[in-house]
Ligand binder design. Structure first.
Ligand code: PEP
Ligand code: MG
Length: 559
């Protein structure tokens, strides 16, 4: 008998590491067969139906609380909030009202949740984001009512590889790295929610894996978070050896202490991306030489009114103080709009906000907004004495860069712009005539080069910074920096990918800025490659036909 070989699946690798374990499939929906079998009209009266709802809600809330007990920090907060929302009295009241009008319990639950969804959506901002949680709660309540296990990630009893179409925020927040050996998702890209949480928890992760949901639950999987491969039914001895070799390599990474340099001693600044004082204080303990991206807008996502210059100075000062010990901070001015709505800045009702008035463009008809922010940054810099560089997001023309640099220079600070729009990369040499430095935002540069929404979960193969066209634009920008003798850094997620980081350095990138969790893996990988090897890796990546070939070629050279 001829047996077909066990298939190997491929996707976009987003968190390095090798893991071996049984597949555990995450179902996103309650099965329609169970819903069809269920008779939501069989209760004696509306009170009996409401009592069944109460029992189901309590079970759902208890599940969230159990997960919260096993989580910490932001993850625990998300789960506790979900438990509260499930038990919300207003939601119960809405279901009760619909039960008086409808006889079917499932229809009443759906109508009650829908009513809440409309209210939350109307409130916008963070409340609108909780709509995903409401739908998640509805699915879990329905599962309890019809007698199925809750959809989404259950609490695994034994270590496993989670395989899902995509993961809900509440699922990813509750993941326990001791039980979840690796994450494999059919959808999602390098900047997806799943990827960001997996990176934070250091769980090996491959996203955008076509056909992943055809894998049978319980099947043995060997996941390689560098190669982006998922081998089914591997030889257990070989798989175990790969996992232990990876564990040894990973513990070597953990002991990397900086400063950033290639194996032959060419210095490369390793910097942190931060959002506020708290994240800056935490990042300041990592072996970084400063902050390469302070996303100021993240401090204002829940603010209705623009903070005063004094209050802004206080907020920025917290970050600058955390790096006041001879290190430096690159502050980015407000990148409001599109995926980061800020009530007092964002333009409402745009047809296509990613291509609309976002980032620096908000200052075109509201220059005071930028001027007040720059005044706040300058005051914080003066107060703390920390070396402060300032850069603008979403710059498309040299004239924009020049006008911005004039304002920043007038305050005695270093001025730069982000390269996120292909026009800025193509004109990098002219941008560098008017600014002191460039910082490449590969998340947006990839989105705009490939015309693929960075949040789209089904375009992972396009929203990939290893795409040759994106690499070409980065190389043009880095070369312009070399010619001008000015720093050109990368602060998008690409800098957090250890192999890609070596490629970027080989192109001439002088600093890499990333989430603190990525600092050691990136710094340690760079320390293993000489500048010549980085240059060879850059050449190999640039001449590859697609991201898969580029990764394979670079891995063959560097790993
Ligand atoms: C980027 O676009 O790569 C970037 C760093 O900016 P943000 O992710 O905040 O848009
Ligand atoms: Mg950006």
């Amino acid at each position: 008998m001829v047996t077909s070989p066990a298939p190997t699946f491929r996707g976009t690798p987003v968190v390095p590491g090798v893991a071996f374990g049984p597949a555990s499939l995450v179902r996103a929906e309650v099965s329609s067969a169970a819903i069809d079998r269920f008779d939501g009209t069989a209760y004696a009266d509306a009170d009996a139906a409401l009592a069944a709802y109460d029992v189901a809600v309590q079970a759902v809330a208890d599940g969230f609380v159990r997960k919260a007990d096993n989580a910490s920090g932001a993850a625990a907060q998300v789960l506790t909030a979900s438990a509260g929302l499930a038990r919300d009295k207003g939601l119960r009241g809405a279901v009760r009202k619909h039960l008086r009008a409808e006889v079917d319990l499932l229809a009443a639950v759906h109508a009650g949740v829908d009513q809440f969804v409309t209210v939350f959506t109307g409130m916008g901002g963070l409340m609108a984001e909780r709509v995903t949680d409401l739908h998640d709660i509805e699915r879990r309540v329905v599962a309890h009512l019809v007698g199925e296990p809750e959809p989404g990630v259950g609490l695994p009893e034994a270590p496993c590889v989670l395989v899902a179409e995509d993961l809900a925020p509440a699922d990813t927040a509750g993941l326990d790295p001791r039980l979840v050996l690796a994450l494999v998702t059919e959808r999602g890209g390098p900047t997806s929610h799943t990827a960001i949480i997996a990176r934070q928890l250091r769980i090996p992760c491959v996203v955008g894996v076509a056909g992943a949901m055809t894998i049978d639950g319980g099947r043995s999987l060997l996941v390689d978070g560098v190669a982006g491969t998922i081998e089914t039914d591997p030889d257990p001895t070989v798989a175990a050896a790969r996992v232990s070799a990876d564990a040894v390599a990973r513990s070597a990474l953990a002991s990397w202490t900086g400063p950033g340099a290639t194996a032959d001693g060419v210095p490369v600044k390793i910097l942190a991306n931060v959002a506020d004082g708290e994240s800056a204080r935490s990042a300041s303990t990592a072996p970084v030489q400063g902050v390469g991206l302070f996303r100021t807008e993240l401090s204002f996502l829940n603010r209705q009114a623009e903070p005063s210059v004094e209050e802004q100075a206080e907020i920025y000062g917290q970050v600058l103080t955390a790096f006041g010990d001879e290190r430096y901070v690159v502050v980015r001015t407000l990148d409001a709009g599109s995926d980061k709505p800020v009530a007092f800045a964002t333009h409402e009702g745009e047809e296509n906000p990613a291509l609309g008035v976002r980032g620096l463009r908000l200052s075109f008809d509201n220059p005071g907004l930028l001027d007040r922010q720059l005044a706040g940054i300058a005051a914080a810099a003066a107060e703390t004495g920390t070396e402060t560089w300032v850069m603008a997001p979403m710059v498309a023309t040299v004239a924009e860069a020049a006008a911005f640099a004039d304002k920043v220079h007038a305050l005695g600070l270093k001025a730069g712009v982000m390269v996120e729009v292909p026009s800025a990369a193509l004109l990098a040499h002219r941008m560098l005539e008017v600014v002191d430095f460039l910082s490449i935002g590969t998340n947006d540069l990839t989105q705009y080069t490939m015309a693929a929404d960075r949040m789209a979960t089904d375009l992972a193969h396009l929203t990939d910074p290893w795409q040759p066209a994106v690499l070409q634009l980065i190389a043009i920008t880095a070369e312009a920096g070399r010619q001008a003798g000015k720093p050109v850094g990368v602060c998008g997620e690409a800098a957090a990918d250890p192999l890609l980081a070596c490629v970027l350095v080989g192109m001439g990138i002088t600093s890499l800025s990333m989430a603190a969790a990525a600092v050691r893996p990136v710094g340690a990988q760079l320390a293993t490659a000489s500048m010549d090897e980085c240059e060879d890796a850059a050449e190999a990546a640039l001449s590859a036909a697609d991201p898969v070939a580029a990764r394979d070629a670079v891995r063959a050279l560097l790993v």
